[in-house]
Design a protein around this ligand. Structure first.
Ligand code: HEM
Length: 150
């Protein structure tokens, strides 16, 4: 196609050629992880975060709180309708959860973790997914050392 023709094309009709396909920018954007995929990762991190805190591995607990923060910031970009709730969630729960990890304060962490989980489940109701109630699995994750550093 002539270069001048490409320049006036709407952004989402511009194509990128990969080894296997020719994709529009819109197709590429729509292939980004959606809410369900991002939230499945959030749930995994939240689970590991709780057990790392219980085990006294505070740097690992803080790592997973930051992973949740980063996943939720990405979600706010791809699904801006959730942005206000995600910003409020970060300020009210993620910031104090990180502070509890830094202070190695198990009691403060448990309090904010429980409140954040309740809020997350309230938000699932608000966004028409009342059947998604996140609960902490009974078992600790088996793929990582959850206990504190010697
Ligand atoms: C630590 C906090 C949170 C946890 C552990 C959590 C966990 C989950 C899980 C496990 C799912 C199901 C994912 C799947 O499809 O496999 C989900 C879905 C969902 N979550 Fe959360 N969530 C949290 C916070 C939030 C927040 C702050 C919002 C704000 C808007 C939110 C909105 C949603 C929505 C809208 C869905 C439905 C997914 C869809 O529509 O595809 N969640 N969440």
């Amino acid at each position: 196609m002539h270069l001048r023709t490409i320049a006036v094309m709407p952004e989402d009709e511009k194509r990128v050629r990969t080894e296997d396909a020719s994709l529009t920018l819109r197709q590429i954007a729509e292939l980004l992880p959606g809410t369900g995929q991002i939230m499945a990762s959030v749930g995994e991190c939240w689970w590991k975060c709780a057990y790392a805190a219980r085990g006294g591995n505070w740097p690992l607990a803080a790592y997973f709180v930051r992973r949740v923060r980063s996943l939720q910031r990405n979600l706010a970009i791809v699904r801006p309708k959730y942005a206000d709730d995600l910003v409020a969630f970060e300020q009210q729960y993620i910031v104090p959860a990180l502070a509890a990890c830094e202070a190695r304060d198990g009691r403060a962490f448990d309090g904010v973790f429980a409140a954040a989980t309740d809020k997350a489940n309230e938000l699932h109701v608000k966004w028409a997914k009342p059947y998604i109630r996140w609960t902490l699995p009974d078992e600790p994750p088996k793929d990582m050392e959850m206990s504190g550093q010697p």
